[in-house]
Design a protein around this ligand. Structure first.
Ligand SMILES: [Zn+2]
Length: 420
């Protein structure tokens, strides 16, 4: 009899080691072979009596009563593992009778912290549906776990100061219209999402997200040549230098080329319209990035219409404006560029030129304040990729956390590569 008890005790202590919850021991286990499940019953080790109120964090020593909670933990080999924990309730002088706070159980959901972490980590590289299949959970459960995982990550993180901000909008579709994205150019991460792209949108960011001191610390903002943004920045961060950066200006240049193309081919009618159909992307791609075959296709289109070709070449040469680092040289190049438009009768390009002249200071500011190029574009691309992969991101907070985590893990990855 004595040996049996010893054996039993040994086995439970081994399970305690395998489980590895500090301060807790396994006092009963059950293995169901056909169902491939493992259940462990767990309680505090003797002497572990430091209780924490889940309401306020106050430390207490007296337990009010006990109860049991069942949570899913990481699997043990092929066995799905459930842990049944004996937990305490405390009588807190401030909160009354409350459950105790246990680090392994961060939420009310029936999962352990490390199980939620495994699910969250899987969500970083795979779509929710795939993670749901892998863990045999409902998609909505996976999303809820992922959100908590990201919220915990964000809560325990230092937020770098905002010195250079980027702003962009993403078109979500006919119903939701635009999403304004504010980002930190130095860390390359999105900071905030706002509905629509009005002055009020950006006002809300400045009002709710930053203190007066933080607003005063912003040195530069890369924005689109969009009047409402400028007005909001002037009101809330008048010291901040506006920069109409390459990414935003080239967006307008691409639109101008599209307009020329549409007008020309519409004028030409039937046959030409067939040739142009579905080739929209060709016009937006830079010549150097095109394959030989694509270049040939584009040349065939140019042969049809010289004016479209001119517009395309003008767009290509505008791109070089940002290779100048001296204000004078940049201005001279821009003037030459505008001079080339004379006699071309390219209305959309002329409109673009007027826009550039009206925002000249902001364009030249690129030479006065150095900001990292391509950050706004990269953040924009990441968010679009998330939207494509995740489909229903009805919860914008979730989408923002997801994009922030993506940006942060990427920088960590780069830093790791450099160190190696
Ligand atoms: Zn309390």
């Amino acid at each position: 009899m004595g040996t049996l008890v010893t054996l039993q005790r040994m086995r439970e202590s081994d399970w305690s080691k395998v489980l590895g919850w500090p301060g807790y021991k396994v006092y009963r286990d059950e293995v169901n072979e056909p169902l491939k499940t493992l259940t462990l019953w767990v309680r505090r080790k003797r002497g572990n009596r430091k209780l924490v109120c889940s309401g306020c964090g106050r430390k207490l020593t007296e337990a009010y009563d006990t109860y049991e909670r069942e949570v899913r933990d990481l699997p043990c080999f092929e066995f799905r593992t459930t842990v049944v924990v004996e937990l305490y309730r405390v009588r807190c002088p401030d909160c009354g009778v409350k459950t105790e706070k246990v680090p392994q159980l961060p939420s009310k959901a029936p999962f352990s912290k490390r199980f939620e972490e495994a699910v969250g980590l899987a969500c970083e590289s795979a779509a929710v549906r795939r993670v749901a299949r892998q863990f045999r959970l409902a998609s909505s459960t996976v999303r809820a776990i992922d959100l908590r995982y990201l919220q915990r990550w964000a809560a325990g993180r230092r937020k770098p100061a905002l010195r250079q901000m980027g702003m962009d909008e993403i078109y979500l579709g006919k119903k939701q219209k635009f999403l304004t994205v504010v980002s930190n150019l130095q860390t390359g991460e999105p900071l905030w999402f706002g509905r629509e792209r009005k002055k009020e949108t950006l006002d809300e960011f400045f009002q709710t997200q930053l203190s007066a001191f933080q607003r005063g610390a912003i040195q530069a903002a890369c924005v689109d040549m969009h009047e409402p943004y400028r007005m909001s920045l002037e009101q809330w961060a008048p010291q901040c230098r506006l920069i109409y950066d390459k990414f935003h200006v080239m967006k307008h240049a691409n639109e101008a080329v599209s307009e020329v193309r549409k007008a020309e081919f519409f004028r030409k009618g039937g046959a030409a319209r067939d040739l142009i159909k579905g080739k929209h992307w060709l016009w937006l791609t830079r010549w150097v990035h095109l394959s030989t075959n694509k270049k040939r296709q584009l040349n065939a289109l140019f042969a049809l219409n010289r004016r479209v070709m001119k517009a395309y070449l003008l767009k290509e040469s505008l791109d070089r404006l940002w290779s100048y680092t001296y204000e004078g040289a940049m201005l001279r190049y821009l003037q030459n560029w505008i001079d080339q438009l004379r006699w071309q009768r390219l209305k959309p390009m002329e409109k673009l030129a007027r826009m550039l002249l009206n925002h000249l200071e902001g364009i030249l500011n690129y030479c006065r304040t150095k900001v990292p190029l391509g950050v706004v574009e990269a953040i924009n691309g990441n968010i679009k990729a998330l939207l494509r992969r995740g489909r229903g991101y009805r919860d914008l907070d979730y989408l923002l956390l997801k994009a922030q985590r993506l940006a942060a893990t990427k920088t960590e990855f780069v830093a790791f590569q450099k160190a190696a």
